[in-house]
Design a protein around this ligand. Structure first.
Ligand code: NDP
Length: 317
């Protein structure tokens, strides 16, 4: 089945980056069409209170905030459609994007805002208590554990950065490192090692997050001695990396070895003219709703300028 309408600005992904791009594109008269993917709202749908997004002095629930973003995008005419982009053909404009492996849409510009997904350990208890003490974002949720004891898993730069962040808020941070060394850069690892209220357990893995309705502790095992123990904690942070949702763009858009899309510095332009990338799909450092929204705005402005340039070029010829 083919939908022959040519969309001026197609937005793939419905998190803060995508909705912000939609608001700007719609207000610029580009009649944007957004395909939401399987989790409209993105990572904020699994966050409780968001207290660091400017404009919400009392904080807001993640899902409500995404509903507000969506309403604002729709108010200016964004056509929000539930559907997953499963294939792209960026060989020429208009670009061809396949939705749900069946519908083909054509678009003059594409804004990729497919986000990233936190990696999880895969324990049943981790999933069950997600949002009730289990989190994959210390900057988002650390504040709720002020003065309390928390556990963090991971040994990369993210884990070190988040452990250090938590150490300033929490009474004690226990860090679980599965090998006998860090993966993080020396400077980050040293910062963690030199922080008095961070205790590091090497060769240690989480077996189970304890608690019925909220986190009460973490059962861990030393993978050298097989000895198990329970650490009392009210928060359990998983910081073992993120995975950008960019698999369908492989071969078309230049990406780094982890799959993050590469954009021209200071812009959201990818290696393909007319294709822009915003939000966590191209950002492994900041990963905040507000930075994603910022790059979503940039992408829409750049798409608008691109279309205007193409139009004026066509008028000359
Ligand atoms: P990384 O992939 O670098 O590190 C992931 C960590 O999680 C590793 O230590 C890994 O252990 C551990 N891990 C993975 N799976 C498991 C598991 N199942 N159980 C226990 N531990 C596990 O991811 P990061 O998010 O830390 O960093 C991603 C990139 O972003 C890196 O290039 C990093 O340098 C960069 N970054 C830079 C920052 C900065 O410069 N300020 C801040 C944050 C990130 P193991 O070592 O045993 O494999």
């Amino acid at each position: 089945m083919s939908d022959q309408q040519i969309i001026q600005c197609l937005i793939i992904g419905a998190g803060p980056a995508g909705y912000t791009a939609a608001i700007y594109a719609a207000r610029a008269g580009l009649k944007p069409v957004m395909y939401t993917g399987l989790q409209p709202g993105g990572q904020l749908m699994i966050t409780n209170d968001v207290e660091n997004y400017p404009g919400y002095p009392e904080g807001i629930m993640g899902p409500q905030m995404m509903e507000d973003f969506k309403n604002q995008a729709e108010r200016f005419g964004t056509d929000v459609r539930f559907g997953l982009a499963t294939k792209v053909d960026f060989s020429k404009r208009p670009f061809k994007i396949t939705i749900d492996e069946s519908v083909e849409v054509l678009a003059e510009t594409v804004i990729i805002s497919t986000g990233a997904s936190a990696k999880w350990l895969g324990m049943e208890s981790e999933q069950r208590l997600n949002g009730h003490g289990v989190s994959a974002c210390a900057v988002c949720d650390g504040f709720f554990y002020k003065g309390q004891d928390v556990v963090i898993v991971g040994a990369g730069d993210t884990a070190c950065e988040e452990a250090h962040y938590l150490s300033k808020l929490c009474k004690k941070v226990t860090m679980l490192v599965r090998r006998d060394e860090f993966r993080a850069s020396k400077i980050m690892a040293n910062r963690v090692k030199n922080t008095p209220n961070i205790e590091i357990f090497f060769n240690t893995e989480a077996v189970e997050v304890m608690g019925e309705k909220v986190v009460e502790g973490v059962k861990v095992i030393n993978n050298k001695t097989q000895e198990t123990s329970i650490i009392s904690a009210t928060g359990f942070f998983v910081a073992i990396g993120h995975e950008p949702n960019t698999a369908i763009f492989k071969g078309w858009i230049t990406m780094d070895e982890q799959g993050y899309l590469i954009t021209k510095p200071g812009t959201t332009q990818t290696n393909i003219e007319g294709v822009f990338a915003a939000g966590d799909a191209q950002d492994k450092i900041y990963r905040q709703a507000v930075t994603a929204a910022g790059t979503g705005c940039m992408a829409a402005l750049e798409a608008e300028r691109f279309l205007a340039a193409v139009e004026s070029e066509a008028a000359v010829h």
